[in-house]
Design a protein around this ligand. Structure first.
Ligand SMILES: [Zn+2]
Length: 166
């Protein structure tokens, strides 16, 4: 599960609006807002936040989350989409890849995303996450940061070596 913080920066202050999750297994998004709209109102959330928070909603299902994402990324039917994909070493259009290209930034507002490692809970740059090249040549970022992956593989090795000895 990939995890992103939904943020904006105004007058040097960081506002956290919620968290966006993405499952590479199911290719689904899930958004959880920081709190209910009433509690958030004093911070004047951007339209892209409060518009989705009607009926006391603090979470968005896969369908609404995808709608939220879709409004912030290069659409599939963009005329030069093939060129954009090629320039970024992508063979197929996937919303998550488009989202990571811009990290959620768009001209509508000042919202952006930062990537969080679910292993250590730290906010990290995309380059601090490992990636692997898939058989079709696509590059996929991994959920956990390089540091966390490193430490888990070490632990696994330790366990294995201990088991082998006994
Ligand atoms: Zn980590």
């Amino acid at each position: 599960m990939r995890e992103y913080t939904i943020k904006s920066t105004r007058k040097g202050r960081d506002y956290i609006w919620g968290t966006l999750y993405y499952s590479d297994k199911t290719a689904k998004f899930h958004i959880k807002f920081r709190c209910a709209l009433d509690e958030m109102k004093k911070d004047k959330p951007p339209a892209m936040i409060h518009r989705f928070m009607t009926n006391g909603r603090t979470e968005l299902d896969a369908e609404l989350s995808l709608l939220w994402v879709s409004e912030r990324i290069i659409p599939k039917d963009r005329q030069n989409i093939a060129d954009i994909l090629r320039e970024n070493n992508l063979t197929t259009y996937r919303e998550i890849d488009m989202l990571e290209l811009s990290m959620g930034k768009c001209t509508l507002d000042d919202i952006y995303l930062t990537r969080i490692c679910p292993g250590c809970g730290k906010e990290k740059k995309l380059s601090e996450f490992g990636y692997r090249t898939m058989e079709n040549g696509e590059i996929r970022h991994q959920s956990w940061c390089k540091e966390c992956r490193q430490s888990t593989s070490n632990t696994e090795c330790d366990i294995n070596s201990k088991t082998n000895k006994t």
